[in-house]
Design a protein around this ligand. Sequence first.
Ligand SMILES: Cc1cc2nc3c(=O)[nH]c(=O)nc-3n(C[C@H](O)[C@H](O)[C@H](O)COP(=O)(O)O)c2cc1C
Length: 272
Amino acid sequence: MEITCVNAVFFSAAGNTKKVVTELAGRVAGLRKVPLEICDLTLPQDRISQGYDEKQLVIFGTPVYAGRIPNKLLPFVQTLFQGNGALAVPVVTFGNRSYDNALLELRNELALHGFHPIAAGAFPAQHAFTEKLAKGRPDETDMKLLHEFATGIADKVLHLTEIPDPVSVPGTEPISAYYTPLGTDGKPAVFLKAKPKTSTDCTDCKRCASLCPMGSIDYDDPASVPGICIKCQACVKACPAHAKYFDDPAFLSHVEMLEQNYTRRAEPEVFF
Ligand SMILES: Cc1cc2nc3c(=O)[nH]c(=O)nc-3n(C[C@H](O)[C@H](O)[C@H](O)COP(=O)(O)O)c2cc1C
């Protein structure tokens, strides 16, 4: 099947999903010798309606939050995109615990909105909460597999003569509830309302306010977070003065629990 374009679409607060999706889509575009187009959904002002056609391949990536597509992103995935018969590759990145039902949920949403998911992938990547989980990933080994995945996708597209059934991916249907974060005591760690704090090292550069995917940080006073916080860590990672941090005890207990229990190396998984 001929395609005219590969589209890299992603939400990526801490940068991992962007890295994985742009590398994958760039490779596939190169192999098929078609242009690459980028659609970054991370900032509120960039979430605009997108329509595709049957000659396009859309590599669509989100991080895993609590075992699923980030819940504040889900409405945009459900309303902004019309596949109109485009081929698609759902991709999730996850922080070494599990991708649970996220890949299945993303595949289903894409299929519901006019896309044909022909392949799918789940890639471990450094956990946004801590450097101790999947540190430095995607690493060289992950990238090698990512490049093989790109070759597999490019070949599959080339040899397609008719639209296949949606690619099978792991998960349970109906899509179950979000993963409940636990603390070190094994009990649910409730930190939904936690927000980042700001130390006196803040230089008022406003970078955090510009980069918050929820637009929740007050531009005039970046120490103030009047909007919703999804704990994505964009502000923490972007702050040049390292002035943003979380000190919520339940959040910190959850991070410690993850660090204690998810030390094994999770491997990428790809599906055709
Ligand atoms: C709010 C939140 C919830 C997360 N939940 C999970 C999870 O359920 N399983 C997991 O393995 N990683 C989880 N992670 C880790 C992210 O999936 C991982 O760091 C991802 O690569 C982040 O993508 P990004 O860098 O594109 O923002 C979570 C991260 C955040 C910020």
